[in-house]
Design a protein around this ligand. Structure first.
Ligand code: NAD
Ligand code: SER
Length: 312
């Protein structure tokens, strides 16, 4: 990776990934792009870019000699269910545009898939790497289609497209952009400011989760791993912890004993969560490129509370 382009760089992942990449590879070599203004801590080149604009992507890649693209621009699960046609347009046309530019300019490409690429018929516990995928949400349909498209561009055109199936991501720098797992971020702000949180998922909704530093490491480690060791290459299951809102609240109460949680279930997001796995098997990622998380639930909660407190 010498010259790197990040799409969706102002989002929850992009803002922190761009900062880490700028630290490691030099700020001048990491080109952040988004529809929204730049939010990255380390200054560096930024383009306002809609990923549906194929000629604009091509021009940025060409004039800056880009060799690696982290493609993060997308609509997330809850927003995608409210705007399914727009979600298909951004998630699929954006992806094929970056795959095409990767093909014509020999770029490596990172594409984040999600636990949403699975569906209710998928084994919910110890979810295998290779298993039935029949998602019922527009977001999930765009993710499984994206996984297949990345595999296709690798096999058909030799594009070095790699990717992960991220679980819900928890972070303190940039608020999440409209997903079903957002409760696991919102709860920390509520715990610090009002000592109470009304959760939009049921108390017993178990989902895979990961703290942002691990998510950033996973993306960079996969993209810099030895290509010859990758049997899957794309759509690796990765997880760091799996918990319910009730278990997360109990861990927060160890630090803030007066914290309380109540449940006002949102039927849309509950239905989405109920169609996702509870805990993925990520042994393929461990074996093929050495994936290992650093943060478990107690370590993540301690760090999140410290970080959220420091922003108040
Ligand atoms: P986010 O919503 O925080 O950020 C997405 C960014 O994309 C936003 O800054 C938005 O302005 C931008 N964007 C939207 N439409 C665009 C367009 N047409 N052109 C250019 N930019 C556009 O999302 P995130 O959490 O940072 O997620 C990034 C990627 O990771 C997405 O593909 C998402 O599906 C995937 N992912 C995220 C999670 C998670 O928990 N955050 C989990 C699994 C997968
Ligand atoms: N965190 C994401 C969402 O809830 C999962 O991809 O949409």
């Amino acid at each position: 990776m010498r010259k790197i382009l990040v799409t969706g760089a102002s989002g929850q992942i992009g803002s922190e990934l761009t900062t880490t990449l700028r630290n490691r590879y030099g700020a001048e070599n990491v080109f952040a792009t988004d529809k929204k203004p730049a939010l990255n801590e380390l200054p560096g080149p930024f383009y306002c870019l809609d990923v549906r604009d194929a000629p604009a992507i091509s021009q940025i890649v060409e004039i800056n000699n880009i060799d690696t693209i982290f493609h993060l621009a997308a609509l997330l699960s809850a927003v995608a269910e409210q705007k399914p046609q727009q979600a298909w347009d951004v998630n699929m046309n954006g992806l094929i545009n970056v795959l095409e530019v990767s093909r014509t300019h020999q770029c490596a490409l990172f594409f984040p898939s999600s636990i949403a690429a699975f569906g209710a018929e998928t084994p919910a516990m110890d979810t295998p790497q290779d298993t039935i995928q029949r998602p019922t949400t527009m977001y999930g349909i765009s993710k499984v289609s994206g996984e297949l498209l990345c595999d296709y561009y690798y096999r058909r055109f030799g594009v070095d497209a790699r990717g992960l199936r991220y679980p819900g991501l928890i972070s303190s720098k940039t608020l999440p952009g409209g997903g079903t797992t957002d409760y696991a971020v919102d709860i920390f702000y509520a715990a610090i400011t009002s000592r109470h949180y009304d959760c939009f998922l049921r108390a017993d909704t178990q989902l895979d989760m990961m703290y942002m530093p691990d998510a950033i490491d996973a993306a960079i480690n996969l993209m810099t791993s030895d290509s010859t060791q990758l049997k899957h290459r794309n759509a690796f299951n990765v997880t760091a912890m799996s918990f319910t809102p009730q278990q997360l609240a109990a861990e927060i109460q160890k630090h803030i004993p007066e914290f309380t949680i109540a449940y006002s279930v949102d039927p849309l997001r509950q239905a989405i969560a109920d169609s996702w796995p509870r805990h993925m098997n990520d042994s393929a990622a461990r074996t093929e490129w050495g994936w290992q998380a650093r943060f478990d639930l107690p370590a993540m909660v301690k760090d999140m509370l410290e970080n959220v407190r420091s922003t108040k």
